[in-house]
Design a protein around this ligand. Structure first.
Ligand SMILES: Cc1cc2nc3c(=O)[nH]c(=O)nc-3n(C[C@H](O)[C@H](O)[C@H](O)COP(=O)(O)O)c2cc1C
Length: 228
């Protein structure tokens, strides 16, 4: 494994020099970000870093298996108590007071649980086939599923970043149902035409596409047809 890959997977601080760190042209958004237990935690962590660095507010949710995947892929210990996760990431990414709020799986009085107070957009990244199926079925059995259900019913932007291969007919039918309901299905599916040299370049490809769909300014990647 190349050195940079090992370093990245070990969860070392991610170089954010290529981020704009500035979206002063746009008013800050409130984004709900959910981590579930699919492979691809580096995408979710980088996305959180970019959203905070660009001055947006984040409501963070995470499943139990997301804790296992974070440990397995990034040697990142996500505490079970939401408040501790909030402190961990606020410190790590230098968030302003109140910029990041983290909610537990059954915190039903969190703002994201109600259509009367929806976030501007929600991203599930990475998104398991299990959570995707639950959202497609409208189960709302935990806060992640409920927050996604709220986004759909309130016609707000919901971006799902599934990671699985190959897809079964069940996966494909669930994704089709969600796309028809207004969700954006944005698979963790990096391209290679930008000639990535590091794992971070590969991660940034996917994160850049998510930020594009959120309308958050970034310079993670040169745009197609423009000089790098
Ligand atoms: C290390 C690890 C990697 C996994 N990778 C995936 C994956 O890439 N995609 C997926 O759909 N499920 C994956 N799973 C299985 C899900 O985590 C499992 O179905 C879980 O019940 C999903 O729950 P959640 O959606 O609440 O996180 C993985 C599990 C583990 C422990």
């Amino acid at each position: 494994m190349p050195n940079d890959t090992r370093k990245y997977l070990a969860g070392d601080s991610i170089d954010s020099q290529r981020s704009t760190g500035n979206s002063s042209m746009n008013p800050p958004l409130t984004i709900t970000l959910a981590y579930t237990g699919a492979s691809g935690m580096p995408y979710g962590i980088r996305l959180l870093e970019m959203l905070l660095a660009s001055g947006n507010r984040v409501y963070l949710l995470y499943s139990q298996v997301a804790q296992i995947v974070a440990q397995q892929e990034m040697q990142l210990a996500l505490p079970s108590r939401a408040k501790e996760v909030e402190e961990l990431f606020s410190r790590r990414f230098n968030a302003a007071a109140g910029q990041l709020r983290v909610f537990g799986r059954e915190e039903w009085f969190a703002p994201v649980a109600s259509g009367s107070n929806p976030a501007d957009a929600m991203v599930v990244c990475p998104c398991t086939m299990g959570t995707l199926a639950a959202i497609a079925a409208g189960l709302s059995q935990n806060l992640i599923e409920r927050a996604a259900d709220v986004m759909l019913k309130e016609n707000r932007k919901l971006i799902l970043v599934p990671r699985e291969t190959p897809f079964s007919v069940i996966h494909l039918e669930n994704m089709l149902k969600l796309a028809r309901s207004g969700a954006v299905i944005l698979p963790a599916n990096p391209g290679f035409y930008h000639h990535p040299e590091t794992v971070q370049d590969v991660v940034d490809f996917v994160v850049a596409r998510i930020l594009d769909h959120l309308g958050v300014a970034h310079t993670l990647l040169p745009r197609w047809g423009e000089e790098s």
